[in-house]
Design a binder for this molecule. Structure first.
Ligand code: PEP
Ligand code: MG
Length: 580
């Protein structure tokens, strides 16, 4: 049966493919008390599931002859866990003693084991808790009768058909893992338009719809889906006519993209001759290719925390240095702005680390970004040294996230000096004059921007967080996503104030939040005086095409008038006129 679901379209484009359900199976487990006569049967059901997963792993192992060694090692570890009495026997005892269903017994034992693994000092052993969780999830899926990917492979999917990930929620770490796969799209039940999950979808230029509420429950593995990332619509089991219509629209979008590609090598200059710099936001060194393909003149924001989100430990200095060097070399002399870790909030290195429970109620206001870096001096020195070392290979600028206080800047500059001096002592080369900039993404920083202008070499406005904090709406929460508004008069005031103050002080300023990549807002930002934009690579040419058709001398007075408006409807009307 065909039906349609509505959510938030967070990354435009159309995808047509088969659903691949991703589940955190442990969340779905029911807690049942069994009648005594059913206990033996339940144990037999448990044994059968363990056996089935073992044989699934064995088949995988036999098919991994040419796969990376890590894959075989990971299958071995999972098999070993399955054979361990802690997983193969203990849940049987729990089923018998507590008369609970197999799934629930497994989850209880998993929690016990995860707790034990967390006590290890050795990070490698500590990390094995993730393997325990994955093995248990596999067994639970088997018990629940939907083994996920395996069923999809065995089902209707053909080689050419695209896969669409359907999940209740995806963490930024889950999403980053997608970069290695070729998923056509993803859709989730929760998540806001500027959550990092959404940002990653846009950076990968794949359509995505979030906040569907119960897509995960209604869609089945292998069902055909159309995802319209522009309108936020997902059509399940479309009929032939709808399918044809969307195929045509998809082709049209491709055609427009081809046309845009012709702008790749032309400079971004307005009709009245003003040069605009268009940079790319990246998350991984591999994104450099997209940035260059997309026509970016440099990297305006390298979100370094993404490098390490899907692993449990901090990379050492050498590993970070290699990653930064790769980006700077890849950009072949173009400027690269490296932002120090913005960890915390939704980008937690250890997603289920209990130590973070304290801040879970309000992580966006917690020890995030520079606050975390300053409280972990060893981690911060490691990163600063790695960035400085990479600066000998090309023009690197250092960007500090989430600054609000003068003393945070002073402490950061002192930490940088310490890193420089240690490198000098070791006679290691680096750029002595590395430029240091600050993200303006807390309203306090925008209002008291003088503090930043006096201490830093450049500013970059992070509108995603600036809007979140100005309007007091969690950017990852789909329930308040309708209140997220870049055109709110308060947001516009903060943006205009920051840009004009920087201009007066002669300090370069850019916008690197999502507003910079929205062609509907390009003219507004140009009119405010913005000359440097940084956005996900897939947006660069769309924004460039808008710039080529804009005349700043004409639109600046209109934008000034617009900034005096504080009626939302009038503001929207004025924006339409500006873009007309
Ligand atoms: C922002 O807040 O606008 C920004 C660019 O940083 P991030 O999205 O990584 O928080
Ligand atoms: Mg931010």
């Amino acid at each position: 049966m065909s039906f349609t679901l509505h959510g938030l379209g967070v990354s435009a484009g159309i995808a047509i493919g088969r659903a691949m359900l991703m589940s955190h199976a442990t969340l779905e487990v029911s807690h049942l008390t069994l009648a005594p006569r059913l206990v033996d049967k339940e144990i037999a059901r448990f044994d059968a599931a363990i056996l089935a997963v073992k044989s699934e792993l064995l088949t995988m192992k036999e098919n991994t002859e040419h796969a990376p060694a890590e894959l075989a090692a990971f299958i071995d570890i999972h098999t070993m866990f399955l054979e361990d009495p802690e997983l193969a026997e203990k849940p049987r005892e729990i089923i018998r003693e507590r008369r609970c269903n197999a799934e629930w017994a497994l989850v209880q034992q998993m929690e016990h084991l995860v707790h034990q693994f967390e006590q290890f000092d050795d990070p490698y052993l500590r990390e094995r808790k993730y393997d325990v969780v994955q093995v248990v999830e596999r067994v639970i899926k088997e018990l629940l009768g939907h083994p996920g990917r395996a069923s999809l492979k065995a089902g209707k999917q053909t080689k050419e058909e695209a896969l669409i990930v359907v999940a209740h929620d995806l963490s930024p770490a889950d999403t980053i893992a997608f970069k290695d796969h070729r998923f056509a799209s993803f859709i989730t039940d929760v998540g806001g338009a500027t959550s990092h999950t959404a940002i990653l979808a846009r950076s990968m230029a794949i359509p995505a719809v979030l906040g569907l509420e119960n897509g995960r429950a209604l869609i089945r593995d292998g069902e055909q889906l159309i995802v319209d990332g522009m309108r936020g619509v997902v059509i399940v089991n479309p009929d032939a006519r709808v399918l044809e219509e969307y195929r045509l629209r998809k082709e049209q979008i491709e055609l427009e993209k081809t046309k845009l590609r012709q702008l790749k090598n032309s400079p971004a200059v307005t009709l009245d001759g003003i040069d605009v710099a268009l940079y790319a936001n990246i998350e991984l060194p591999g994104d450099v290719r997209d940035a260059l393909d997309g026509g970016a003149e440099g990297i305006g924001l390298f979100r370094t925390e993404f490098l390490f989100l899907d692993r449990g430990d901090m990379p050492d200095e050498q590993e970070q240095y290699e990653a930064y060097k790769k980006v700077v070399k890849g950009m072949g002399g173009r400027p690269v702005t490296i932002r120090t870790f913005d960890l915390g909030n939704d980008k937690d290195l250890r997603p289920d680390n209990n130590a973070n429970d304290r801040v879970k109620t309000n992580p966006a206001l917690g020890r995030r970004a520079i606050r975390l870096s300053l409280s972990e001096p060893k981690m911060f020195q490691t990163q600063l040294r790695a960035i400085l070392r990479a600066s000998k290979h090309g023009p690197i600028k250092l960007l500090i996230p989430m600054l609000a206080h003068a003393h945070e800047i002073d402490q950061t500059l002192a930490a940088l000096e310490q890193a420089k001096s240690s490198l000098r002592g070791e006679k290691v080369a680096f750029d002595e004059n590395i430029q240091v900039g600050g993200m303006i993404e807390i309203p306090a920083a925008a209002l008291a921007v003088g503090i930043f202008l006096r201490r830093l070499n450049f500013l970059s406005i992070g509108t995603n967080d600036l809007i979140q904090y100005t309007l007091a709406i969690d950017r990852s929460d789909e329930q308040v996503a309708n209140l997220y508004d870049p055109l709110h008069p308060a947001v516009l005031m903060l943006l205009a104030h920051t840009i004009s103050s920087a201009e007066k002080a002669g300090i370069p300023v850019s916008v690197c939040g999502e507003t910079a990549g929205d062609p509907k807002l390009t003219r507004l930002l140009l009119g405010m005086g913005l000359r440097t934009f940084s956005m996900h690579p897939s947006q660069v040419l769309k924004v460039k095409s808008r710039i080529l058709k804009s005349d700043v001398s004409e639109l600046a007075p209109n934008v000034r008038k617009m900034l005096r408006l504080d009626e939302p409807a009038k503001l929207r009307e004025a924006l339409e006129k500006l873009n007309g």
